[in-house]
Ligand binder design. Structure first.
Ligand SMILES: [Zn+2]
Length: 254
């Protein structure tokens, strides 16, 4: 229903005010009542899961737009909409967006650089530095790539560290869920780049009892890697071997 409203500023002419404008005003008041810190936290969590959602939130109202520009939101911003290896040069807007994310210490910037440096084999020695920066923000993907670097290092001691770290990650339900997400994200990134690191050609083996397991339970399929319980694996080392198998299957060039 549309109501006619008269006020002192419109020279007596009626203003048409629909129920929609009332709702919008009420919503706007509710948002203004939310403490700024809480609003920023809500938006940073939105930014973490979807760039599209945070972009839409920014467009929805002035308060959301202002709060979305906070450093904390950019630190947690998802970079999924920016290809790791763009086929065409990035636009000025995309460059500015990445620069702002970097200035706000978004850990995904350091993580993506580590992935590029290590897997292309162009600057593998600089990958650990970027990984450490991402790990400062507890980046699970960076922890996963750390395991891969250690496992493929060609050094038995480092391989044992990588195995221990990977097994530890799989023991925590929260980390395991995040690991599943990052494993597939990494796979998508690897398909976009030319993987040339020679270290990845030497596939490590962790379980020394593989033959016994094969007789008892058969080979583990790649799909089983996503099994939350990890019960399909005969031992912890087998579970790490299945991670290695998944990674190797994601590297078509090697
Ligand atoms: Zn085993």
């Amino acid at each position: 229903m549309v109501k006619e409203v008269k006020d002192s500023t419109n020279m007596g002419r009626p203003i048409l005010r629909s129920p929609c404008s009332k709702i919008r005003k009420r919503t706007s008041n509710i948002i203004q009542d939310i403490p700024r810190e809480l609003l920023i936290e809500i938006l940073s969590r939105t930014a973490q899961t979807s760039f599209t959602d945070i972009h839409n939130a920014k467009l929805s109202c002035k308060d959301f737009h202002e709060a979305s520009e906070d450093t904390h939101v950019y630190r947690h911003m998802s970079l999924d909409n920016i290809p790791l290896v763009p086929w065409t040069p990035l636009t000025e807007k995309q460059q500015a967006f990445l620069t702002k994310c970097k200035d706000c210490q978004n850990p995904d910037i350091a993580y993506r650089q580590a992935v590029l440096d290590y897997f292309t084999g162009e600057r593998p020695e600089s990958a650990p530095g970027h990984i450490l920066r991402a790990l400062d923000s507890n980046h699970i993907g960076a922890l996963y790539v750390t395991c891969i670097i250690l496992l493929f290092s060609g050094d038995d001691g480092l391989k044992a560290c990588g195995m221990k770290l990977m097994v530890g990650m799989k023991k925590c339900r929260y980390v395991r869920t995040k690991l599943k997400e990052h494993r597939h994200k990494l796979q998508r990134m690897l398909r976009l780049m030319w993987v040339k690191n020679p270290a990845l050609r030497r596939r490590p083996v962790c379980c020394t009892r593989q033959d016994n397991h094969k007789r008892k339970r058969g080979w583990v399929d790649n799909d089983d890697i996503d099994d939350e319980q990890d019960d399909v694996h005969s031992c912890e080392a087998c579970s790490v071997d299945s991670e290695i198998k998944f990674l190797v299957s994601s590297l078509p060039q090697l």
